[in-house]
Write a protein that binds this ligand. Structure first.
Ligand code: HEC
Ligand SMILES: [Cu+2]
Length: 315
């Protein structure tokens, strides 16, 4: 199984950070938790003293109220607030000049990902982001419809995707792995099936992946896949989907040039296997209520199968 195929290999924990932003947020969390624990212990101590203590003079009671009720909480909360506020600017700082920029558009209900290339061209894919350890990138985030929010807990904080605006998020992965990035702002029927997979690897591996993704689609090899391509062309899939190197140049849905190489399809709804591609093409609405793609369940089973074989071969 490919990495990310196994649910347990995918991390979505903000407390096991794998990126600079997430490290800052996790450390802030632990300091806040420690601070709260301290305050809690103090309050419980005073409560126990009030119940079991021998009592004291009026003056010592007043002192306790002034110190325990005003001075100490004010100092502690001010320190925690300053600490919290100081943690924000580095989270919003852009990466060093020359870092890679990647465009992500939130759509109901998938992530459109576009990598600009040094020669001025770019390629697109869906629901998957690939990065290299130690290489910071800047995400330029846009929305095609409603407000979405990208949250990759293991790598960084949340950032909203707002129609008509471009927001930015810096990612700087510190270790390799596969990390989940769900949509964190309710955005309609299939909001829960809108997940970005982030694969972090060594720089050389990323380079190989970029070269493969930038290349046009491979020609279908087997007779089955060839039949699938013919079916794809005659069914009108190309009105919504692009397969670079063929006549399919639609832009409504995900670019399918290398769909076979993705970990998952349909916003993480399904693992990427030929059987699930077949299920998806037949009944997208059943898998993702409200999905814009029409179902092709009226096609004979055998036609759906060759279509899926063709798609799976687009690696
Ligand atoms: C009206 C436009 C439209 C047509 C026609 C259409 N699709 Fe789609 N397709 C979409 C949209 C939109 C999505 C994204 C759905 C989502 O994930 O919410 C999608 C998703 C997919 C995916 C998953 C891609 C990924 O990486 O997640 C596959 C595979 C796919 N379509 C294949 C097909 C095939 C094969 C046909 C023709 C039989 C077809 N589509 C026809 C709009 C369309
Ligand atoms: Cu969303």
């Amino acid at each position: 199984m490919q990495p990310g195929g196994n649910l347990w290999e995918v991390s979505a924990s903000a407390l096991v950070p794998a990126g600079r932003g997430a490290e800052r947020i996790a450390s802030l969390f632990w300091w806040m938790t420690g601070g709260s624990l301290l305050v809690w212990l103090l309050v419980v101590g005073i409560a126990l003293y009030a119940v079991y203590g021998r009592g004291g003079s009026q003056r010592s009671a007043r002192r306790l109220i002034v110190w325990g009720g005003a001075v100490v909480p004010t100092v502690l909360l001010t320190v925690l607030l300053a600490f919290g506020l100081a943690a924000i600017p580095p989270l919003l700082a852009p990466p060093p000049v020359g870092s890679r920029t990647i465009h992500i558009t939130g759509e109901q209900w998938w992530w459109r990902v576009r990598y600009p290339l040094p020669d001025g061209t770019s390629f697109e894919l869906a629901n998957e982001l690939r990065l290299a350890v130690g290489e910071p990138v800047e995400l330029l985030l846009e929305s095609a419809d409603v407000v979405h929010s990208l949250w990759i807990p293991a790598l960084a904080g949340k950032m909203d995707l707002i129609p008509g605006r471009v927001t930015r998020l810096t990612l700087e992965p510190t270790r390799a792995g596969t990390f989940a990035g769900p949509c964190a702002e309710y955005c309609g029927d299939s909001h829960a099936f809108m997940e970005l997979m982030v694969v972090v690897s060594a720089p050389q591996e990323l380079q190989r992946w970029l070269e493969r993704q930038a290349a046009p689609a491979v020609a279908p090899a087997s007779p089955q896949a060839q039949a699938g391509q013919a079916r794809f062309q005659s069914s009108g899939c190309g009105a919504c989907h692009s397969v670079r190197g063929t006549s399919a140049d639609g832009v409504v849905g995900p670019d399918l040039t290398h769909v076979g190489s993705r970990l998952r399809i349909a916003g993480g709804r399904l693992l990427n296997q030929v059987s699930s591609l077949q299920t998806w093409v037949a009944r997208p609405q059943q898998l993702k209520p409200g999905a814009i793609m029409p179902g092709f369940h009226f096609l004979p089973e055998q036609e759906l199968e060759v279509l899926a074989v063709y798609l799976g071969g687009l690696e």
